[in-house]
Design a protein around this ligand. Structure first.
Ligand code: DX5
Length: 215
């Protein structure tokens, strides 16, 4: 199970502090993008400033009402490998998928905790991944919703070939349940960036837990 740290910040200073703190201890970073409309929070993530200084691969978690409009701003950023947008955000998912396909990135659909897993069935052939939220999206450090374990387990049974990520509430207490559910990647926010130790030390701690449970 891969760790893809999730960076949700409201300033350039915090973004680069997080990035510097991670160094090269992971393969991929998740950049959280919130527009203040789909979720009541606005993040800082400027592709023109980030691209020249980002050595990691990244995925974009679009917590926005206009996924295509935001994705367009990142189109030239070669570090982007995957885009994740919310099922709940767009009234016209086929049009969003059609457009995002032209970017050459992997595409994942994100489901909020209350959205049934079956909702994505019409789109399975057009997406490579699924991300389940373990919290109501928008902010770091919120309490984890335990029903997410069962949703993850069912999701992996129903859609075994889709890359399954969990975002929200990922930490040392919840990781064992995600491993048991067959999750492919977890996206910790506060457990990596909001902890007294450095992001690199926090990733190492979570990684050794995963290694110990999966060998
Ligand atoms: C919140 C974001 C998450 C956030 C998770 O809506 O989507 O990626 O960074 O933070 P934690 O891990 O603290 O729940």
């Amino acid at each position: 199970m891969e760790i893809i740290p999730s960076l949700l910040v409201n300033s350039q200073e915090k973004f680069f502090a997080g990035l510097l703190g991670l160094g090269d201890c992971v393969r991929m970073l998740q950049i959280d993008i919130a527009d203040g409309e789909f979720v009541p929070n606005v993040t800082w993530a400027d592709p023109g400033i980030i691209a020249p200084r980002l050595r990691l691969e990244c995925e974009l978690h679009l917590m926005v009402k206009d996924p295509v409009g935001v994705a367009e701003k990142w189109r030239a950023v070669t570090q982007v490998k995957r885009v994740l947008f919310h099922y709940e955000a767009s009234p016209d998912i086929p049009a969003v998928l059609q457009k995002l396909k032209t970017f050459g990135w992997e595409v994942s659909l994100v489901l909020n905790p209350e959205t049934p897993l079956e909702a994505i069935e019409p789109y399975l052939s057009q997406i490579q991944g699924i991300m389940l939220m373990g919290i109501i999206p928008g902010f770091q450090g919120q309490p984890f919703i335990p029903a997410t374990y069962e949703r993850a387990r069912r999701s992996k049974l129903m859609y075994p070939s889709h890359y399954l990520e969990i975002d929200g509430g990922v930490n040392e207490n919840t990781i064992p349940g995600f491993i048991a559910a067959g999750v492919d990647a977890v996206c910790p926010g506060s457990a990596v960036f909001g902890h007294e130790k450095t992001p690199r030390e926090n990733v190492a701690r979570l990684q050794s837990l995963i290694t110990g449970l999966t060998k």
